[in-house]
Write a protein that binds this ligand. Structure first.
Ligand code: PGA
Length: 235
């Protein structure tokens, strides 16, 4: 059975005081709770000693070198991370990351002993053109290294048009993509991401082949994220 994972992506949000939110999260039961705070908070978050996994939000393809402002997978691991998100659509858009780069980043994560949360998803134009499944298949092929296993990799399906917009695909639309992902990756945890909140979490988790969520805005406070963890645990 793929693991159930409730993952929070804090993006460029969070100061030291925000760690109080992590301390207040409910116990996950059979759910792995993962928070990906800004890199500045990884070490203090790991030091909380809570049963919450810590993850980076990106890593460089190289382990070290002359890359001002970047952070490497071994550095994330050294700070206490056990996961790293790669290929988030904001990285693909803001930093021009291709699927090939994403696959190299995932390999760098594996080499550092991290689990890679590899993100993929279609744009609104691609969905309206009926290209969703073709885009997902292409991203899957190019973004996932040959070394990927159900142990070192988690996939997050995040339709670009649903991220931070409050727009959520229909249950049928989520099911269609997750069924296709499951056919390709029978044992890998498959997360849905894009405007997940307490009020829609239970319905999304009822979809076959959805093993959890990657949550942005609603992961920033325990009041918002707690009920999402509970909904996954109850699903
Ligand atoms: P959102 O972001 O939950 O704020 O839509 C999801 C994500 O970008 O991972």
């Amino acid at each position: 059975m793929p693991r159930k994972i409730a993952a929070g992506n804090w993006k460029m949000n969070g100061l030291a005081a925000s760690l109080a939110e992590v301390s207040q999260l409910p116990k996950g039961g059979d759910v792995t709770v993962l928070i990906c705070p800004p890199a500045t908070l990884l070490a203090p978050m790991a030091a909380l000693g809570r049963d919450v996994a810590a993850g980076g939000q990106d890593c460089h393809v190289a382990a070290s070198g002359a890359h001002t402002g970047d952070i490497s997978a071994p550095m994330l691991a050294d700070a206490g991370a056990t996961y790293v998100i790669v290929g988030h659509s904001e990285r693909r858009t803001d930093h021009g990351e291709t699927s090939e780069t994403v696959a190299q980043k995932a390999q760098s994560a594996y080499a550092a002993g991290l689990i890679a949360v590899i993100c993929l998803g279609e744009t609104l134009d691609q969905r309206e053109a009926g290209e969703t499944l073709a885009v997902i298949a292409e991203q899957l092929k190019a973004s996932i290294p040959a070394e990927a296993t159900a142990q070192n990799t988690v996939i997050a399906y995040e339709p670009v048009w649903a991220i931070g917009t409050g727009k959520v695909p229909t249950i049928e639309q989520i099911a269609e993509v997750h069924d296709a992902l499951r056919a390709a990756l029978p044992d890998t945890s498959l997360l849905y991401g894009g405007s997940v909140k307490a009020s829609n979490a239970a319905e999304i988790f009822s979809v076959a082949n959805v093993d959890g969520a990657l949550v942005g805005g609603a992961s920033l406070t325990a009041a918002d994220f707690g009920p999402i963890i509970t909904a996954l645990s109850d699903s």
